[in-house]
Design a protein. Structure first.
Length: 209
């Protein structure tokens, strides 16, 4: 049984991480770091709730740390968890700069732990259907693919995702590239990888400028 500590208890944790962890054999959520303990216990009455993520990271009852916090906190929390000997899953976007991402990869190798980025879209039913159709050559050679999620709100809400700053308003483009690339042939993946490198670097630069 893999004992999971979850840092953050917002929309992403409640909508994705908790249902997936509870619905998958081999995982047990043992601790949550949040400033709203009552909210956590209303959903997970048996877990330990900690206000300080450092306390969760060093908890002996945690094997895997899942980070679902504001984007600019991903890198420091992930590094702290890995240096404490914990395996880590970081919600997307992984980091707010390419250098942070490369640094975390080096830390994971140095510490001998598993580091992964959460990407749920590749398991969505529409994606799996498209991949199956391509693999069976039902639709022939795909030359154009469009996938979109439209959102509109007349007023900006007072929450971290919609405020200016590093990693805020982060483009969804990397998630869509993952969505598109998985069904592709190796040659096409290489071509898209090169395009992705330039576009991600641009996205990172824009997000911190």
């Amino acid at each position: 049984m893999i004992r999971v500590g979850l840092i953050g208890f917002g929309f992403v944790s409640k909508t994705f991480h908790i249902p997936l962890l509870l619905g998958t054999d081999g995982y047990e959520i043992t601790a949550v770091s949040s400033s709203r303990p009552a909210d956590v216990l209303s959903v997970l009455p048996e877990v330990d709730v900690m206000s300080d993520p450092t306390t969760l990271i060093t908890d002996r009852n945690v094997d895997l740390v899942v980070i679902a916090t504001p984007n600019e906190t991903h890198a420091p929390l992930a590094e702290a968890a890995m240096r404490a000997g914990r395996n880590v899953v970081v919600d997307k976007p992984f980091t707010v700069t390419v250098e942070e991402a490369r640094h975390l990869a080096r830390v994971a190798k140095e510490c001998g732990v598993v580091l992964s980025v959460f990407q749920n879209r590749r398991w969505d039913s529409d994606f799996l259907t498209i991949r199956n159709a391509i693999e069976r050559d039902v639709v022939g050679r795909v030359v154009v693919f469009e996938s979109r999620i439209d959102r509109y709100r007349a007023e900006v809400r007072d929450r971290w995702r919609e405020m200016p700053g590093p990693g805020k308003s982060y483009p969804n483009e990397p998630g869509y590239f993952t969505f598109v690339m998985n069904p592709c042939t190796p040659a096409r993946k290489d071509e898209l990888n090169e395009l992705m490198k330039s576009r991600v670097q641009l996205a990172f630069t824009s997000s911190v400028s």
